[in-house]
Design a protein. Structure first.
Length: 731
């Protein structure tokens, strides 16, 4: 039996006393083409195991099977643990990027030729490298000179390798502590996870326990587990604090062993004394999250207490602006526009089609008119911001003014993860409008406020009923529900004609009801009932109608995995929109086939390239020779990718509903079947529906849609901003 997958355990989902395990396995290598798809991805697996851990590398032998309910999974019949070799560490070191021009293949050739004493042999006499086939004089000089420069350090790096750190991690650690590296590790190895972003608790804890497993109850370990648990749980669930009992539960889970109540309380007290966490009313916060919520509340309090701005000619100016745009504002819109100038802090909230963008447009023109500014002066005084690149582009298109992401405005440095615009170097803008504010998380808004002058006027625009931010907090919800912030709520519909049923559906979803008679009555809203077994086929059939309109067309789905997930939908949709052709070059990346003209989505912020998480583009060219390179066109911004950052984009024929926030599409297909399980809930479906402007197809099961609308059991986020606003503002 030769079929195998090689990689690491990512998660144990289920385990019996007899050793039967169901879990997820991250595949690094596979033996057959049918398994290549999973390389650098996770695959569900089942089988019997004596023990498994997340640190070791395993080879699973077995076969790929199709479970009628759970889809594809790897059935393991036998397995073995792969033992690391010293040579592997040297190959990783030589190909780590420290030695320019030395890739993995060259490094492997060197080690194969010179053996486990490779580094000493090179230092002793660089001419020994002449024994290596195809190596150049330039490479020999680079290797020798760099090794001399790092002679002292590479011994520490190799010692870190022996402890269990990868060469990449070892270099990061050494560059942080230099000659003090081993002393720091000896005194408290858990300092690494606190002070170096790339080093995780799990990695450090595994190495610590291998050195001395008898010290499972050491205070340093328990404190590290508490900090790790708080960070992980808050990131996962969007919380800003945890309570004592759940913190104990998550800490025990992180440690993998029980601890006494006294040891836990003692460690908790130490963290409080060191001001690494904050306690208030039996709530425990990471200091950065407590400080962020408090800073937001205090700034809002200052702006709310600050005297209103009075201008006797404001109403006349608003009338002039309405003539410029040849439109008549309703009472809600007039109130929002006028309050944007009289109030120092204002929230404008409303559902789709209520005119939020129209109001932003009017505010910008009014600010320019009232302050007698040229276009150039206006750009210096006003900042139009959004959490995503696509949302900022929409504001820019409607106002004809530059708009940027919050990260770009704050001049975020991805290497240091710091902002150049901060409390010590503030922006000079006087007026800020933030669109899609429901997507902004607590820490990002805190950074923005620190980068603005204290008296900067702020307008927050968003939809209260949309999904909260991916990061911690629920700012828009907390600020509105505190009833301490000026809020204008928009209700009258404008964006679509009155007999449009897309917005009717959106409002029905919010009201926890569904009148299915609205389906298939108007051209804009179609429901196609199909069993889950035919879902993919129907999605592809409808999608094929839009081959020539894919820039304004989008499939949205709740999740990536499962047989109806985004990943598998993209494979079928690629053949619909961009089939194989002799004229189009192709490249396989992590088991996924990409070809020229493919539609792709950016997965991370790259402000230096003016491309951001959620931006959608098209592959312009692929170079698949010795130099592997892909160029992607993001609305006229051409970004060049090499193998080092191929993981920063993926197919976008189908994308997640979360990734679609801040975007709008003329036509949307929303598949909806019971297999999406826990991802069928009201806010998610509402967000998907409101991404659509002209034509919405819902394909799947009506009872699954009804279930989603009834299901309002989204995780309740633990935040304190609402209470802090009430404490800080008396209006």
């Amino acid at each position: 039996m030769n079929t195998y997958i090689k990689g690491n355990l990512r998660k144990t989902i289920y385990r019996t006393d007899k050793g039967y395990v169901v879990g997820l396995f991250k595949v690094k290598e596979a033996s057959s083409e049918e398994l290549d798809f999973y390389i650098h991805h996770t695959i569900p697996f089942t089988g019997y195991f004596h023990e498994l851990n997340e640190e070791d590398t395993y080879v699973f032998y077995g076969k790929l099977v199709e479970h009628e309910k759970y889809g594809e999974q790897f059935q393991v019949e036998r397995y073995e643990r792969v033992l690391p070799e010293e040579k592997d560490s040297i190959v990783e070191f030589l190909s780590s990027g420290l030695f320019k021009g030395i890739g993995n293949k060259t490094a492997q050739n060197i080690v194969d030729c010179l053996g486990s004493d490779t580094l000493s042999i090179i230092l002793e006499n660089p001419n020994n490298l002449l024994l290596v086939p195809s190596i150049t004089k330039k490479q020999i000089a680079t290797l020798h000179n760099t090794l001399i420069e790092y002679e002292a350090s590479y011994k520490i790096v190799l010692e870190l390798n022996e402890l269990g750190f990868s060469t990449k991690d070892s270099l990061v650690i050494y560059n942080k502590y230099k000659s003090q590296t081993l002393l720091v590790i000896e005194e408290n190895i858990y300092r690494l996870m606190e002070e170096i972003d790339e080093i995780t608790f799990k990695k450090v804890d595994t190495i610590y326990l291998k050195q001395d497993s008898s010290k499972r109850d050491h205070p340093n370990r328990i404190m590290a587990a508490i900090l790790y648990s708080m960070e992980e749980v808050c990131d996962l669930f969007g919380h800003c604090y945890l309570e004592k009992e759940e913190l104990l539960m998550y800490s025990i889970r992180a440690l993998g062993n029980s601890i006494s109540q006294s040891d836990f309380v003692s460690s908790l007290e130490n963290l409080l004394t060191e001001l690494k966490i904050i306690k208030k009313s039996e709530r425990y916060y990471l200091k950065k999250l407590f400080d962020a919520e408090l800073n937001i509340a205090q700034r809002c309090g200052y702006l709310m207490r600050k005297k209103d701005n009075y201008n006797s000619r404001l109403r006349k100016h608003v009338e002039d602006v309405s003539k410029v745009f040849q439109c008549t504002y309703n009472q809600e819109q007039l109130e929002a526009i006028q309050n944007s100038f009289s109030k120092n802090l204002l929230i404008v909230t409303g559902g789709p089609g209520t005119g939020k963008t129209t109001i932003i447009q009017a505010i910008c023109e009014l600010y320019k008119t009232m302050n007698h500014l040229s276009h150039e002066s206006l750009v210096k005084e006003i900042a139009l911001l959004a959490p995503t690149g696509r949302a900022s582009k929409r504001i820019s298109e409607s106002t004809l003014l530059p708009a940027v992401t919050i990260h770009r405005f704050l001049k975020w440095n991805k290497e240091s993860n710091k902002f150049a615009i901060n409390e010590f170097c503030k922006s000079e803008v006087k007026f800020v409008i933030i669109d899609e504010f429901s997507m902004v998380d607590t820490l990002l808004f805190d950074h923005l406020l620190k980068g603005l002058r204290y008296d900067t006027q702020i307008i927050l625009v968003g939809d209260y009923n949309q999904l909260p931010s991916v990061g911690t907090g629920q700012l828009l919800k907390d600020m509105i529900e505190s009833k301490k912030i000026n809020v204008i709520s928009l209700h009258q519909l404008y964006r679509q004609k009155e007999n449009s049923n897309i917005i009717t559906l959106a409002y029905q979803i919010n009201e926890n009801q569904l009148d299915s008679s609205i389906f298939n009555q108007q051209e804009d809203l179609t429901f196609i009932p199909v069993p889950s077994s035919n879902l993919k086929k129907e999605v592809l059939n409808v999608s094929s109608l839009y081959k020539e309109q894919q820039q304004s067309f989008q499939v949205l789905a709740p999740m990536y995995k499962t047989i109806h997930g985004i990943d598998l939908l993209n494979i079928g949709l690629q053949e619909v929109f961009n089939p194989k052709s002799r004229e189009k070059k192709e490249m396989i990346i992590n088991g996924v086939l990409f070809r020229e003209k493919d539609k792709v989505i950016q997965l991370t912020n790259m402000p230096e390239e003016n491309v951001f998480n959620g931006d959608i583009g098209y592959i312009e060219s692929i170079e698949n020779g010795t130099k592997k390179e892909i160029v992607i066109d993001f609305d006229g911004t051409f970004v060049r990718y090499t193998s080092a950052n191929f993981n920063k984009f993926k197919h976008a024929y189908a994308i997640s509903i979360h990734k679609s926030q801040g975007s709008e599409f003329d036509t949307v297909i929303l598949p909806i079947v019971k297999e999406y399980g826990k991802m069928l809930y009201r806010k998610l479906i509402y967000t998907a529906v409101t991404r659509c402007k002209k034509k919405l197809y819902l394909i799947g099961e009506i009872d699954s849609l009804e279930f989603a609308i009834q299901n309002n059991n989204t995780d309740i986020r633990k935040t304190s901003l609402k209470e802090m606003l009430i404490e800080n503002i008396s209006v």
